[in-house]
Design a protein around this ligand. Structure first.
Ligand SMILES: NC(=O)c1ccc[n+]([C@@H]2O[C@H](COP(=O)([O-])OP(=O)(O)OC[C@H]3O[C@@H](n4cnc5c(N)ncnc54)[C@H](OP(=O)(O)O)[C@@H]3O)[C@@H](O)[C@H]2O)c1
Length: 316
């Protein structure tokens, strides 16, 4: 697979990474299949994926354990990324950015992942009750302590990024970016370019919607987080079908799938953006990774441009 450089880390990674969240969390967790997920992670590495993304809150905790198992004999082949700063409290996912929490979370993540060092540790959310400089200072101390190699932020504003960067370089920013979620292109992606931070594009398949596989709300299991998401309500699923029609036109013209077009669009944005699609299935993994070889033409990109104006529903 072609390589991309992960910002100021200087680390080369496969142009498409693997997001592991859905293997244990959010998308029908009761139906997870750990053994198959471990096979998916192994197959991804075989095919040139090197950026593997997880977080302590996924599960919570079970996803890091799963990733740790999958990497037991292959730790040196990947750039291992995890996150702290979100916790489950009274059934809700809430920020927790106190320095003592961050330090303890990193120690626990290292244990669950079965590794001595995490290559990229990301602050999952900025805690509104803790100055970002304090949370980020604690993240920087983890670098000094040798527990993590580089630190990144997730879903941060440019003001938060600037405040953090003044304390310690922000190596990466991870936020949602896809054909139907483009708001990060306005300020955050330019900030990244200016400060030599890589942008890690999460949910590049629109949490599955952009693949065309989800056409009705009742396809989602009762425990699927998307049931509460504005874009996965019966009405929005139906109204956003016109987006899929536009993607399908390009896919047919290029003998590709809608998932591949969605990923190729993210890849075409810039060399400093790395998408991390998630899947539990080998067949989807193969399909997704083939997108690394799909070059969209200017005409394809123009055809996909108006999609952004037709999205119904907020991304959260
Ligand atoms: N920083 C953050 O706050 C944050 C938030 C969300 C996600 N993330 C990260 O980003 C990663 C990816 O995001 P995501 O999992 O939310 O969304 P995504 O990659 O946009 O979509 C994943 C969904 O698409 C389905 N899918 C994947 N490939 C497919 C294909 N070729 N055809 C049909 N369906 C396909 C998957 O189902 P199958 O399993 O059936 O393939 C899954 O339901 C996560 O794993 C996580 O690491 C980070």
């Amino acid at each position: 697979m072609q390589q991309r450089t992960l910002g100021s880390t200087g680390l080369a990674v496969g142009a498409i990474g693997l997001g592991c969240m859905g293997m244990s969390f959010a998308y029908s967790p009761a139906k997870r299949d750990d053994e198959e997920s471990i096979r998916v992670i192994g197959a991804a590495i075989d095919k040139g994926v090197t950026l593997i993304d997880t977080a302590d809150v996924y599960g919570p905790f079970t996803n890091e354990k799963l990733v740790g198992r999958a990497l037991r004999a292959r730790r040196d082949e990947v750039v291992l990324a995890s996150k702290c700063g979100l916790v489950v409290r009274d059934g809700a996912i809430v920020p927790s950015g106190r320095p003592d929490h961050i330090r303890a979370a990193a120690e626990h993540s290292l244990q669950r992942l079965g590794t001595e060092v995490i290559d990229l540790y990301q602050l999952h959310r900025v805690d509104p009750d803790v100055p970002v400089e304090d949370s980020w200072g604690a993240m920087a101390e983890l670098v000094t302590a040798g527990m993590v190699r580089h630190i990144g932020m997730s879903e941060a504003t440019v003001d938060q990024l600037a405040a953090a960067h003044a304390v310690h370089p922000v190596a990466t920013v991870q936020s949602e970016l896809s054909l139907w979620s483009r708001d990060q292109l306005d300020k955050v992606v330019p900030w990244c370019r200016e400060h030599n931070a890589a942008f890690i594009a999460y949910s590049p398949l629109g949490r599955g919607y952009l693949t065309g596989a989800l056409t009705k709300a009742d396809q989602l299991e009762a425990d699927d987080w998307r049931r509460g998401n504005p874009r996965f309500q019966a009405e929005t699923i139906a109204r956003n079908q016109r987006i899929l029609a536009a993607i399908d036109d390009v896919a047919r013209a290029r003998s590709a799938t809608k998932a591949q077009v969605a990923l190729a669009w993210v890849l075409a944005l810039s060399e400093d953006i790395v998408p991390i699609p998630g899947t539990r299935r080998l067949i989807h993994l193969e399909e997704n990774l083939a997108a690394a070889d799909l070059r969209l033409t200017d005409a394809d990109l123009r055809a996909l441009d108006p999609i952004a104006d037709h999205v119904v529903g907020d991304r959260y």
